[in-house]
Design a protein around this ligand. Structure first.
Ligand SMILES: Nc1ncnc2c1ncn2[C@@H]1O[C@H](COP(=O)(O)OP(=O)(O)OP(=O)(O)O)[C@@H](O)[C@H]1O
Ligand SMILES: O=C(O)[C@H](O)[C@@H](O)[C@H](O)[C@H](O)CO
Length: 178
């Protein structure tokens, strides 16, 4: 029986990996609400990123708490949700896990050159392409042994294949991806 613990997802990774694209596709495929992480940054954080200044732990703390609260609310009221959120560090992911137990993460892996190409090709987005290197410097890749609730996928796969892989991923009795 599927419950909200099995239907609450965070699509994570560096800028440009495809979080928003896969998040939207997954939310549509599973008829779940989408929480776009970028919509919940403070005005100050968005201004920093537009100026090419990377966020730090303090900038991200309140943002992660707002996202955790949104996840918990949607899980309780709507049986799940899909969140697009960089969640670059283990501590950030743990903060979300604490706010919404049973989360499943989807890590979209992308190399630096392709991330830079994708970010630089977006003319209107607030995120400065000069920040791509800082995203990789901050990223703590999930260790499968320590974070078994993370499904790793190559971000270069076509969107429909990524979406199908998440939907088909096995779930163990405690709600994590084996
Ligand atoms: N699977 C994919 N294959 C090829 N291109 C993709 C794929 N997914 C997304 N893209 C493209 O990569 C760019 C970045 O995608 P998207 O905005 O979804 O990434 P993001 O991780 O949400 O980025 P950010 O965090 O900076 O907002 C877009 O131009 C999008 O069309
Ligand atoms: O943690 C962060 O540094 C931010 O969330 C960034 O990752 C951006 O929000 C995003 O990637 C650009 O849209």
């Amino acid at each position: 029986m599927t419950d909200s613990r099995h239907r609450t997802f965070v699509v994570m990774g560096v800028a440009g990996c495809g979080k928003s694209s896969l998040g939207a596709a997954l939310a549509a495929a599973l008829a779940l609400p989408l929480i776009e992480g970028d919509d919940h940054h403070s005005v100050e954080s968005r201004a920093k990123m537009s100026r090419g200044i990377a966020l730090d732990d303090a900038d991200r703390a309140g943002w992660l708490d707002r996202l955790g609260a949104e996840l918990g609310r949607h899980a309780a009221q709507e049986g799940g949700a899909v969140l697009s959120c960089s969640a670059l560090k283990r501590a950030y992911r743990d903060r979300l896990r604490a706010a919404c137990p049973g989360l499943r993460f989807v890590f979209l892996e992308l190399d630096r050159d392709e991330a830079l190409r994708r970010v630089a090709s977006r003319a209107t987005h607030f995120f400065s392409s000069s920040l791509v290197d800082s995203q990789f410097a901050t990223l703590e890749r999930p260790d499968p042994a320590l974070e078994p609730d993370v499904l790793r996928l190559s971000a270069t796969q076509p969107l429909d294949e990524l979406c199908a892989a998440v939907v088909a991923a096995p779930i163990s009795a405690d709600g994590v991806c084996p």
